[in-house]
Design a protein. Structure first.
Length: 558
């Protein structure tokens, strides 16, 4: 008998979380298995004793792709209200509160399981990327409740009340030298290939050289044989798989102390468990289990403190608040790092997660070219080295003819395909999806009104696509420069200033509004301005009504 841990994931965070719960179970002497939702026969749920769901949310409150089939099966009307009455369950949702439909997938599956009679061991867990310590802010208390309830239920006779960190957990994978016979567990059954190479055509700075923000307009070539895989519509995003930079790799390799011979040796990666999932083939070009437990007493004591509940604030100061990297952590614990066997790296270092960027080009203009507008993240923290965004730095450093792994994903925006007047609000790089959309409409000969409110610091500093906007036949671009005058002017001020034009679209023409950009103060300020415009025309709470009907949509990020 074992706990079943099902996950719905797109970028891999839910899978990582599910595998972490599996390790927690093993340290409590409880068997557990981790399975992607669509790889599990959902009709077998009533025969399970304990099931955890770890579910992320994508797009406009949608289920992630690897659980949509299972979700449809759970919604079948003929399933009885007592279908899951014998099963203990718990649900953890993973989301980002900067999005309007925060954690909708987790909320929906939690309600559906209750309708089917499931015994919930804990309230719905709502993990938030915006929390000071990320998803751990909700995950840690949720886990504590679930493990306590499971222990009290006596469902597993040998279960320990607390985790025993001395229990040896075998690694997920075995490493086999390439010249050795290939075991069956090394069969190439990793995840289906879904990321493909794009060629970099150009990488041009889009801000002035004297501006503090380095923003890049990148152009990628899609080869003809991959054209079907990279078809996109306005509003779609390009998922990009970045690499670590050379400096970070050097720090990690030096800390781990691996020899050049070991690093250069061709290997196969093999499953060490029937439930392990091999990494995808594009990512991969000693069978004795050993636990990663520090043998250095000082380092072991420090690591134990950081990993304990009472050491949470210390962990925040050491790791989260200063954005310390994995490589820097390995460097801080040199004796422990040098005791890590290569196969264990796959247990505690996850593959780099893909990043999503709104596509800034029009599919009708050149379907074999994809363009992104990317602002490089670079700032100072309390660490001596500057903190740099992994993917934005990777992209900013690309040169013509470099290769990038990517794939198309549907975006948050559902732009109208019919003739509909629109208002687009996109300060900074938030303008990217609107460039795609408005160019697309223009090339199709759209004759409906469109207003684009664009905000930036200065006309000579970061006015993206300045010349291009002049060529649009059916869109008016209204700019707000926040540093070019004595008083700061933002997009919400321009909305109020042009209240009659705005009302002509959202009120008289029943148009739509799209808002993209930073999840800070901007979206709230824009919403307040729209409500003020509508109220002045006798329509209170316009935004709430528009959200309910999809007339206003958001794509925000932190």
């Amino acid at each position: 008998m074992s706990i079943l841990i099902l996950y719905g994931s797109e970028t891999g965070t839910a899978q990582d979380t599910a595998e972490g719960l599996c390790r927690d179970a093993q340290l409590r002497k409880v068997a557990a298995r981790v399975v992607s939702l669509d790889e599990y026969d959902i009709d077998n749920l009533p025969s399970e004793r304990v099931v955890f769901f770890v579910v992320s949310t994508t797009g406009q409150g949608e289920m992630p792709p690897n659980m949509r089939s299972s979700w449809r099966r759970l919604l079948r009307k003929f399933l009885p209200a007592d279908w899951l009455t014998e099963v203990k369950m718990a649900v953890l949702g993973l989301g980002d509160s900067s999005y309007q439909k925060y954690n909708f997938a987790g909320k929906k599956i939690y309600r559906r399981l209750l309708q089917l009679g499931a015994q919930m061991m804990a309230p719905l867990g709502l993990a938030d990327d915006q929390h000071e310590i990320g998803i751990d802010g909700a995950l840690i208390p949720w886990k504590q409740t679930v493990w306590q309830e499971l222990y009290k239920s006596c469902s597993f006779k040998e279960m320990l009340e607390e985790a025993d960190t001395n229990i040896v957990i075998p690694p997920k994978f075995k490493i086999v030298k390439a010249e050795a016979p290939l075991p069956e567990s090394c069969s190439k059954d990793g995840k289906e290939q879904d990321y493909y190479e794009l060629d970099v055509l150009s990488n041009v700075r889009a801000t002035s050289e004297d501006h503090f923000q380095d923003t890049r307009l990148l152009r990628f070539l899609v080869h003809d044989h991959l054209a079907d895989r990279f078809k996109y519509e306005p509003g779609d995003v390009l998922m990009v798989r970045p690499y670590n930079n050379d400096e970070t790799l050097c720090v990690a390799i030096e800390s781990l102390g691996y020899s050049d011979q070991l690093l250069d040796e061709p290997i196969y990666l093999c499953k060490n468990s029937e439930f392990a999932v091999l990494p995808p083939p594009w990512l991969l070009g000693a069978d004795n289990p050993s636990n990663i437990i520090s043998q250095n007493e000082m380092e072991k004591m420090r690591l134990s403190e950081l990993g304990s509940p009472h050491g949470l604030d210390d962990l925040l100061n050491y790791c989260t608040r200063v954005r310390r990297t994995v490589a820097e952590t390995l460097r801080d614990f040199p004796e422990t790092a040098k005791s890590v066997a290569p196969e264990h790296l796959f247990d505690f270092i996850s593959p780099i997660r893909p990043r999503a960027f709104s596509i800034a080009s029009s599919p009708s203009r050149n379907p074999n070219v994809i363009e992104l507008l990317v602002a490089k993240v670079d700032y100072k923290s309390r660490m001596s080295e500057r903190r740099r965004g992994l993917c934005s730095t990777f992209l900013a450093n690309l040169k013509a003819h470099d290769k990038v792994f990517g794939r198309i994903r549907g975006g948050t925006f559902k732009f109208p395909l019919h003739l509909t007047p629109v208002i687009c609000v996109g300060p900074g790089t938030g303008v990217a999806p609107f460039r795609s959309f408005l160019q697309f409409r223009d090339e199709l000969g759209e004759r409906q009104n469109a207003l684009l409110f664009f905000g930036c610091r200065g006309e000579q500093k970061d006015y993206y696509f300045k010349e291009e906007w002049l060529s649009l036949r059916n869109a008016e671009v209204i700019t707000a420069f926040s540093r070019d005058a004595d008083s700061k002017v933002y997009v919400q001020h321009k909305i109020l200033e042009l209240a009659e034009k705005v009302w002509q679209i959202i009120g008289k023409a029943n148009g739509m509004v799209f808002i993209a950009g930073s999840s800070g103060d901007m979206p709230k300020a824009v919403v307040n301005a729209l409500n003020e415009v509508a109220a002045s025309h006798g329509v209170p709470d316009w935004v709430a009504k528009a959200e309910a009907t999809g007339k206003i949509q958001y794509e925000t990020w932190s």
